[in-house]
Write a protein of this length. Structure first.
Length: 397
């Protein structure tokens, strides 16, 4: 029996070692958005499409940063999804600087954000389309830099990883490990290799060539997808499009969620639905793999420590320390890169356990058809029909 346990510990240790190597290969030396920016009278016209719903807390700062962009050829289209808070009042303060589109009733088979983006696209005139979120803040040169980079790379889509604004304990504890897992899952910087199928899209900032967006079918092609940005990016690469994903901590800032409840609801809607097929099987596999390789090594370490008084160099202590060190090292490097104190990395297994709990909640709700509540709407339930917009109500503010 001890030989079997030793073999399992050895296999697990080898896997963690390879995992750390893959982590280094895909995440270290990640490309960033170039700082050079070139405005010219012939700069392509950009339509900035901003879907909002009940975002009174953040929308004014977002729109102010968009209106202040030092890019001459642009329009800002805000699509309000029936906000019931003071969002419309906040937008009204930008009189004459934006076009406000009042969202039509949400069709039963559309996710609200996708519907809003689709309506914004229908209203837009730009050669380039920038989809962004109401909790984002943009520096004045961000759009110029992104357009310059898209043109230099001859890319069809440029999507940015922003500076993450983390203020509360739960944000600093949970968000970095989740970001790390997502980046590892999609292959990190390997998504920029045109020969690979790896893809990622960050809905907080997706700059498309209009022709490329229309070629993949736009948001209408992902109308029922909760993780629409990831799916759009995959469609684009499958169709031969060029995707570029870079960090932009000095150009874009985003605070996704402000509390544990928001983090839970936000990631719960994504965990189960991120897979295009075999959602239940893949969700269960992710839960098992996360526990086996991201939590169990710390359990092994603790058990090894308890045996140390009578057997100092026991295999549990050696294997557990080796695996835990590699896992801690990865999250420490990430935390330092986004200005999160390294002490939070020591709670990495706690963060993973919380994320596993979110995943279990998501899997139960998704597999049983309960759906996922978000901003006053529920997604993930069976739908009956598909609709196209018949008209778009527009008012300039």
């Amino acid at each position: 029996m001890s030989l079997i346990i030793d073999a399992l510990l050895g296999a697990q240790s080898v896997f963690i070692f390879l995992f750390a190597g893959y982590e280094y290969l895909t995440l270290m030396h990640f490309p960033s958005l170039p700082s050079d920016a070139k405005d010219s009278p012939t700069s392509p016209f950009v339509s900035i499409i901003l879907p909002v719903r009940n975002q009174a807390r953040t929308v004014a700062e977002c729109v102010r940063s968009l209106a202040g962009l030092a890019y001459p050829n642009k329009e800002i289209i805000i699509v309000d999804g029936g906000s019931t808070d003071a969002t419309r009042d906040e937008i009204a303060s930008f009189n004459g600087q934006v076009t406000l589109v009042k969202e039509e009733p949400l069709p039963p088979d559309w996710v609200g954000k996708n519907w809003a983006c689709h309506l914004g696209y229908k209203k837009s005139k730009g050669e380039l389309l920038l989809f962004t979120d109401g909790d984002s803040v943009h520096t004045t040169d961000s759009l110029t830099r992104a357009v310059t980079y898209l043109q230099a790379e001859n890319a069809d889509l440029v999507t940015l990883a922003p500076a993450t604004i983390l203020r509360s304990f739960w944000e600093k504890l949970l968000q970095p490990p989740i970001f790390l897992l997502i980046m590892i899952l999609v292959g990190g910087r390997l998504v920029n290799d045109d020969r690979r199928g790896n893809a990622i899209g960050n809905g907080q900032y997706m700059l498309f060539r209009r022709t490329s967006y229309e070629k993949v079918g736009g948001h209408a092609a992902v109308r029922d997808k909760i993780v629409e940005d990831y799916t759009l990016a995959r469609l684009l690469k499958r169709g031969g499009g060029r995707l570029r994903f870079v960090t932009a901590q000095d150009a874009l800032g985003v605070r996704m969620y402000a509390s544990l409840a928001e983090i839970w609801r936000g990631w719960r809607k994504n965990f189960y639905t991120v897979s295009e097929r075999h959602m239940l099987r893949k969700a269960l596999a992710r839960i098992v793999l996360m526990f086996t390789f991201l939590v169990l090594p710390f359990v092994v370490l603790i058990y090894g420590i308890t045996l140390a008084p009578t057997n100092l160099l026991n295999p549990y202590l050696i294997a557990g320390a080796f695996m835990s060190f590699l896992l801690w090292l990865g999250i420490i490097i990430l935390d330092r890169s986004i200005d999160v104190p390294s002490t939070y990395a020591l709670l990495f297994p706690v963060a993973i356990l919380v994320y596993i709990a979110i995943g279990i909640d998501s899997t139960i709700r998704g597999s049983l058809g309960y759906g996922f509540s978000w901003k006053g709407r529920t997604y993930g339930r069976p739908t009956e029909r598909q609709l196209e917009p018949t008209h778009v109500q527009v008012e300039t503010v």
